[in-house]
Design a protein around this ligand. Structure first.
Ligand SMILES: [Zn+2]
Length: 304
């Protein structure tokens, strides 16, 4: 049972849109790719957890606070008597551990030790549980989800599940007894209500309307599309065929995400789509999918 669904992080959503419409500095591009990969890994793990026992509680993406310190949990699984903290890593390629330091190979570049992050998380969660009056044992695991990941010189007792072990690990989890559901629901409720809404560490590059490329980027390869024929847009790069209505709606959504304070009007969207759709087409799509406010020249559209 999922008590807290996972949503795409706002930072990722924004960076994805900006990447297609702006030449981002390298550090932002890298941050975007990092987030995209991380999110894909989390979704992959979510799918693996799908057929766990219905009495288990899954809380995704928790951003919590204990002793004035923030901590984030990718997946928290509450079984009958144990809390499982899962930190999902979508690392790919070869890595090794030497004297508690982690390196990516073959360049042997040191990376942050993900076990430290996990331990920190567990300690802070334990503190919070104590404060809330719950005394459940916590088991923490790094989940390496990518089948192309290999870690050399890992100690035997490492708190990690490697891709080749995942199925076995889940099978074992399935056999964990369930109990005291009401107590667990109470805990889940409390954790949920303590969750922070917006990540204060979110880093968004600065942008403004004028500097962004107008038009409709292809949904698959992000190259810009040319005016449509017979209600369809076909990508010159990858060949993807998309209904013009769907593509324009996607752009309206992008506009809303990038500029939440600006009004959505027919003219704004025509300009935003780079003239690919006429005023008539855009108005028809907005009327059909959004709620119209105001009259005549002052009219604008809001999400229903
Ligand atoms: Zn394309």
């Amino acid at each position: 049972m999922i008590n807290r669904p996972r949503f795409e992080p706002r930072e990722l959503e924004l960076l994805r849109i900006l990447t297609s419409r702006l030449e981002l500095p390298l550090k932002d591009k890298n941050q975007y790719l990092f987030l995209e990969k991380g999110y894909a890994g989390e979704l992959h793990f979510d799918r693996e957890l799908q057929d766990l026992h219905d009495d288990f509680i899954i809380l995704n993406d928790l951003l919590l606070e204990n002793s004035n310190t923030l901590f984030q949990i990718d997946t928290l699984l509450i079984t009958g008597s144990t809390l499982f903290v899962f930190e999902v890593k979508n690392y790919e390629g070869d890595y090794c551990i030497e004297n508690e330091r982690w390196y990516s190979l073959p360049s042997k570049t040191e990376i942050k030790n993900p076990l430290f992050q996990l331990q920190r998380c567990e300690t802070l969660l334990r503190g919070l549980l104590k404060e809330l009056g719950f005394h459940l044992p916590i088991k923490s695991h790094l989940i390496f989800i990518n089948p192309g990941f290999q870690l050399y010189q890992a100690p035997l007792n490492i708190s990690a599940v490697f891709p080749s072990q995942l199925k076995r690990f889940l099978k074992k989890l399935k056999n964990t007894p369930t109990a005291a559901k009401s107590r667990n629901s109470k805990l889940a409720e409390q954790l949920n209500s303590r969750c922070l809404k917006e990540n204060p560490y979110m880093r968004i590059p600065e942008y403004n309307y004028a500097q962004l490329r107008k038009g409709i980027p292809c949904d698959s390869c992000s190259s810009f599309l040319t005016p449509f024929t017979q209600g369809y847009l076909t990508c010159g790069e990858c060949g993807l065929k998309e209904k013009a209505d769907t593509a324009i709606l996607r752009c309206v959504n992008e506009f809303r995400v990038l500029f939440p304070d600006r009004k959505i009007t027919t003219n704004t969207i025509v300009d935003w789509c780079g003239g690919v759709g006429s005023g008539k087409t855009v108005r028809r799509i907005l009327v059909r999918n959004y709620e119209k406010k105001g009259r005549g020249k002052a009219s604008y559209y809001q999400r229903r």
